[in-house]
Design a protein around this ligand. Structure first.
Ligand code: SAM
Length: 227
């Protein structure tokens, strides 16, 4: 999978060189490139923002640098362009899975009060566009959101994480949260591993985990049960 990110702070993406995603880049499962939006400006100050029409607080990202960045990054393969935005549709595991099957993703990271809407509209003429939010809160910029999405998407590509079975047993895989997990030692600071997990009865353990998973979902995410 090819992944590009366009941002005024491309150094935010250095974290993608760490751990499993770093290995996936080394092995060629993923090719990632961060592009500095300021390289697509032509004035001495490398300006990427301007005041909003109609008034209002703060500055907006102006369209011209974005247009030139897209001319270079988008190419002819009609990629998926993801605009990180608190006003976007919610990111979730289902969307991560869908995007993990695509060949080329481009993440557009806003700053200031966001990006001139025409940039989104223009991107829609040369690519498949999604505006996506990682949660109901506002970040200073789209880089952290893009990194979170890239990690969630890329780990679903076969070969990126060592053990594919762990993907099948995770939270959100079947619309529920994962049951609590335990490792050694059996007793720690007066707290014991649940007896059932020591029983060796795999079918019973499976039933116990299902019940725990349901209970945890009821407690922490009752909205998932409604679905
Ligand atoms: N004025 C915008 C609004 O109210 O919708 C918020 C702009 S925010 C300060 C700057 C940038 O951070 C956004 O353009 C977006 O790229 C990113 N961002 C902030 N919160 C986000 C979220 N929850 N999910 C994805 N991206 C987010």
């Amino acid at each position: 999978m090819k992944i590009d990110a366009i941002s005024i702070f491309p150094e935010f993406f250095d974290v993608l060189e760490i751990s499993l995603l770093g290995k996936a880049q080394e092995s060629g499962l993923i090719s990632f490139e961060a592009h500095n939006l300021r390289n697509f400006t032509h004035d001495r100050h490398k300006t990427v923002d301007d005041t909003p029409y109609g008034g209002g607080a703060g500055m907006l990202m102006k369209p011209e640098p974005w247009g030139e960045a897209f001319d270079q990054v988008i190419g002819k393969d009609r990629p998926v362009v993801i605009f990180t935005s608190p006003a976007g549709k919610p990111f979730n595991q289902e969307l991560a899975r869908e995007l993990s099957h695509r060949e080329h993703l481009v993440f557009a990271c806003g700053r200031y009060e966001g990006i001139d809407q025409r940039v989104v509209d223009y991107a829609g003429t040369v690519a498949e566009v999604h505006e996506i939010s990682i949660g109901d809160y506002v970040l200073n910029g789209g880089e952290v959101a893009a990194v979170a999405m890239i990690e969630a998407i890329a780990r679903l590509i076969p070969g990126v994480i060592g053990n594919n079975e762990s993907l099948a047993e995770e939270s959100h895989n079947e619309g529920l949260l994962e049951a609590p997990s335990y490792t050694k030692p059996q007793s720690w600071r007066g707290l014991e591993v649940p007896e059932m997990l020591l029983s060796g009865h795999h079918a019973e353990i499976e039933k116990w985990r299902k019940a725990q998973s349901l209970e945890r979902t009821k407690q922490n995410r009752p909205d998932l049960l409604d679905k």
